[in-house]
Write a protein that binds this ligand. Structure first.
Ligand SMILES: *[C@@H]1O[C@H](CO)[C@@H](O)[C@H](O)[C@H]1NC(C)=O
Ligand SMILES: *[C@@H]1O[C@H](CO)[C@@H](O)[C@H](O)[C@H]1NC(C)=O
Ligand SMILES: *[C@@H]1O[C@H](CO)[C@@H](O)[C@H](O)[C@H]1NC(C)=O
Ligand SMILES: *[C@@H]1O[C@H](CO)[C@@H](O)[C@H](O)[C@H]1NC(C)=O
Length: 275
């Protein structure tokens, strides 16, 4: 039931040279499903655009596993997509909800091995509105170390009811409460923490809730996440409003096609919005 780890999951698609000629300020890791080419295209044109923040070097990578049913059919599609964009990381584990933790760990493995000098790693789900320019300018310069931020959850407890989608047995996690952790839709790690988490993850039993697992890794490292300022990481959907959206980092529950529609208006937000 639980993803085996430490692993040798093999890379089926890798981008080992992305950081050979430059050290990016930020590596953006985006969780998508293998068949979601349309979503990735929308993200490439909107919040995932590597050239979006002038003067800030960004590397964007999509994290995918192997489709549980249509792996064969998708192979040529992914082959073509990766030749075109060079932004797909895929390992040979099944792309399922309970394997989400493995996707994040794949991303952190890539950063540790191929881009260890990046100042930050941002992990984002596909169904978000993300404002990287605001994140970078307001919160990330000058670069920090031993730092993780996002929407903070504290004193949450494991669900011990076997029927629950988020059931966690005692053997996997014995304590009554989880350490503080940042909500999965979007969180930020300093580059050093990304590497430390990748290291310590290999000594802990992996859990299916990837955001909780990141918190457990941080706790094992003796670190705590920093709460993002109020209203900056929005776990509930907000109606689009360009000035408001220019002063926040993330809004959950925005599908890529919807972001594509509002993006021109967001880009056109007037200077009076004080971005
Ligand atoms: C990314 O943003 C740059 C600068 O705004 C723009 O010129 C470019 O067309 C965008 N790329 C995509 C794929 O939309
Ligand atoms: C996770 O991926 C591994 C390797 O492909 C697979 O054996 C396992 O069944 C998957 N786990 C879940 C919970 O889907
Ligand atoms: C990272 O920085 C170290 C120390 O400055 C340097 O030796 C190493 O070559 C850099 N690695 C990459 C991949 O840029
Ligand atoms: C679990 O509880 C023990 C005993 O109180 C404590 O030492 C440990 O740090 C806790 N672990 C986590 C992940 O919170």
């Amino acid at each position: 039931m639980w993803p085996p780890y430490p692993y040798p999951y093999r890379f089926l698609h890798n981008q080992p040279h992305k950081c050979r000629d430059r050290t990016p300020f930020l590596v953006l890791l985006v969780v998508t499903e293998p068949g979601d080419t349309a979503g990735r295209n929308a993200i490439r044109q909107t919040w995932g655009n590597e050239s979006l923040v002038p003067g800030v070097s960004i590397v964007r990578l999509f994290l995918i596993g192997v489709h549980p049913v249509f792996a064969q059919e998708l192979r040529p599609v992914l082959e073509e997509e990766t030749l075109l964009y060079h932004d797909i990381l895929q390992q040979d584990f099944l792309d399922t909800y309970n394997n989400l933790t493995l996707k994040t760990l794949m991303g952190l493995e890539w950063v540790s091995k191929h881009c260890p000098n990046a100042s930050y790693v941002v992990k984002a789900d596909r169904d978000v509105f993300l404002n990287l320019a605001y994140l970078v300018r307001q919160f990330l310069v000058p670069p920090k170390t031993n730092f993780m931020t996002g929407h903070l959850y504290q004193n949450t407890a494991p669900l011990r009811n076997k029927g629950s989608k988020w059931y966690v047995p005692h053997e996997v996690y014995p304590n009554k409460t989880y350490p503080p952790y940042c909500g999965g839709p979007t969180y930020v790690l300093s580059g050093d923490v990304a590497q430390k988490v990748y290291g310590v993850a290999q000594t802990l039993p992996v859990m299916n809730m990837e955001d909780v697992f990141m918190g457990i890794c941080l706790h094992a490292l003796g670190l705590s996440p920093t709460a993002g300022p109020w209203g900056v990481y929005n776990m509930v959907r907000l109606q689009f409003e360009r000035c408001r959206f220019s002063r926040l980092v993330m809004v959950h529950h925005y599908q890529p096609q919807e972001v594509l529609r509002i993006w021109p208006r967001f880009q056109g937000a007037p200077a009076m919005c004080h971005r």
